[in-house]
Design a protein around this ligand. Sequence first.
Ligand SMILES: Nc1ncnc2c1ncn2[C@@H]1O[C@H](COP(=O)(O)OP(=O)(O)OP(=O)(O)O)[C@@H](O)[C@H]1O
Length: 227
Amino acid sequence: MTRLTVDIREKRLAGRAVLGPVSFGLDAGEVVALVGPSGCGKSTLLRLVAGLDREVTGTVRWSGEGPRLGVVFQQPRLLPWRTVRQNLDLAGADGAEATRLLERLGLAAKADVWASQLSLGMARRLALARALAVDAQALLLDEPFASLDEGNQRLARAVLAEYLVRRPVPTLLVTHDLAEAVALAHRVLVLSPGPARLLFDQAVPPGVRTDPALAAATVAVLRDLAR
Ligand SMILES: Nc1ncnc2c1ncn2[C@@H]1O[C@H](COP(=O)(O)OP(=O)(O)OP(=O)(O)O)[C@@H](O)[C@H]1O
């Protein structure tokens, strides 16, 4: 079972401490939200967990060989001269799951459009679809609902909630929205202003999150409303 252990003493960038101390674990099937003020170091923490940056005093350790990750970065990071569908295929997406996610995220009609021709909101939904379609063993999501209008924000949240009910993979969700954190996560970690320290590690009571049938119904209704 995939598990993450983070025990960061200090992380420095350009000679300045930007993070630490921060220690927490992420168990199999657990969704943990990271909440904290702008610039406190949330994206830096996610990059360390993703293995994109290894220069840190402390340890960031995945169990086993390290999981296959589904990642949403702060920028969509699409391949502009590839179609929507090709962006999913080239990322190693499962074909049926990719089709399903495009449909659920309101992007089915855009499958053959160049990624460069998408609006930012569409590009962000595609970035989420890509992270969810690659049969990930863990998810790292950096403000995945930013730049979406209200209807699409609710839709994308519901799609993620539905996915996590179906496939409970360990997930780190960076957000500045506490309501969103509580709605989606089993635990909410609150970070201090930078350099971020861990202020609270708060469990969210069960029952706040949706059950599978409700999750699916919510997606269906919100998708129609977002059309
Ligand atoms: N490449 C870099 N070199 C030097 N400092 C950096 C670099 N990248 C980020 N920082 C600094 O590190 C700190 C943490 O940045 P980070 O992007 O992790 O914050 P954040 O919590 O994700 O912010 P936001 O919520 O606004 O996205 C900030 O003070 C930022 O200015």
